[in-house]
Write a protein that binds this ligand. Structure first.
Ligand SMILES: C[S@@+](CC[C@H](N)C(=O)[O-])C[C@H]1O[C@@H](n2cnc3c(N)ncnc32)[C@H](O)[C@@H]1O
Length: 244
C-alpha cells in the first residue's frame, strides 16, 4: 500500500503535466492526484518542519497563522501545546490538500484549528493580528513570495515570531558566515524543482533577515526519497518582528 502510494505520488511529481489558467487551478491540478499520499511521502522529503515548529515560542492563548499549510500537518508538531493556543489558521489555496486538513481537524477533534481557503499574500486572521506566522515549504511555491512575507510582517504583532523552513540555494556570493553552494548545486536543484512549479531562491534568507530580527538560522541538506546519492539544501529561519 505504501509503495502504491509512493508510485502514485512519484507519477504526479514526475510525469503529470500541471494545467490551469490561475495559480489556484495549477495547485489543484498538481495536488489532486497526490493529496491522500501527501503526508507519508513528504515526511521523508520536507525535513526540519517539526524542529522549526518546536523552535517557535507560542504564547498561551496566541493566534498562529500557518501560510501554505497544505494538509495541516504542522499542527501535529506542536503536540499538546496546540490546546493552549487561542486559535490556529491553516491557510492554503489547494482545495484537495485543505480537504485532508479538514478531515484531520475533525478526526482530532480540534476546536481551535480552522483550515481556510485563501491566498497567503492577502490573508488576515479574523482577530486582525497574529502572534506567530509560519511557512513550511510553501514560500518556494508562492510566486509572489515577497508579498507573502510582507503580509506576514503586517499581520504579526510587534515582537511576534515568524518561522520558515524551505528548500533554497545559496547566492553565488553569500554573505559572510553563510553557506556556499557549488555551481552544480545552484544550477541543478532550481531546474529540477521548477518542473513542479517550486522555485528555489537565494533571496529568501537575505529578504527575511532584512525585515526581521534573526533569532535562529540553520542551513542544511536533506534526503529525497528514491534519490540516495543526493541531498537538497534547506534552511530554517526563526525571526522576530521588532517590538514597536
Ligand atoms: C510543498 S507544500 C507544503 C505544505 C505544508 N506546509 C507542509 O509542510 O507539508 C506548499 C503549499 O503551499 C500552498 N500554496 C502555494 N501558493 C499559495 C498561495 N498563494 N496561498 C496559499 N497557499 C499556497 C500549496 O497549495 C501547498 O499546499
Amino acid at each position: 500500500m505504501a509503495v502504491l502510494n509512493d508510485l502514485r505520488t512519484l507519477w504526479n511529481l514526475v510525469m503529470h503535466r500541471t494545467r490551469g489558467a490561475t495559480h489556484q487551478e495549477r495547485l489543484d491540478s498538481f495536488y489532486s492526484g497526490q493529496a491522500t499520499g501527501y503526508d507519508d511521502f513528504r515526511r521523508r522529503m520536507l525535513h526540519g518542519r517539526q524542529e522549526m515548529i518546536q523552535s517557535v515560542p507560542f504564547p498561551e492563548g496566541g493566534v498562529w497563522v500557518d501560510l501554505g499549510a497544505g494538509t495541516g500537518e504542522n499542527a501535529e508538531h506542536l503536540g499538546e501545546n496546540l490546546a493552549r493556543l487561542g486559535h490556529m489558521y491553516q491557510v492554503d489555496l489547494s482545495t484537495s490538500l485543505l480537504e485532508q486538513a479538514t478531515k484531520r481537524v475533525e478526526h482530532r477533534g480540534w476546536t481551535n484549528v480552522t483550515p481556510v481557503c485563501h491566498d497567503a499574500t492577502t490573508y488576515v486572521p479574523p482577530e486582525g493580528a497574529a502572534d506567530v506566522v509560519t511557512f513550511s515549504y510553501s514560500l518556494t511555491m508562492i510566486p509572489d513570495w515577497f508579498r507573502a512575507v510582507d503580509q506576514a510582517y503586517a499581520m504579526l504583532k510587534p515582537g511576534g515570531t515568524i518561522g520558515i523552513v524551505d528548500f533554497y540555494v545559496a547566492r553565488k556570493y553569500p554573505a559572510v558566515g553563510r553557506k556556499q553552494h557549488a555551481w552544480s548545486t545552484r544550477s541543478f536543484w532550481p531546474l529540477w524543482f521548477a518542473s513542479d512549479n517550486v522555485f528555489l531562491s537565494g533571496d529568501h534568507v537575505p529578504y527575511l533577515q532584512n525585515k526581521f530580527e534573526t533569532v535562529q538560522l540553520e542551513e542544511r541538506r536533506g534526503k529525497i526519497p528514491y534519490l540516495p546519492l543526493v541531498r537538497v539544501p534547506h534552511y530554517i529561519f526563526i525571526g522576530r518582528k521588532p517590538a514597536a
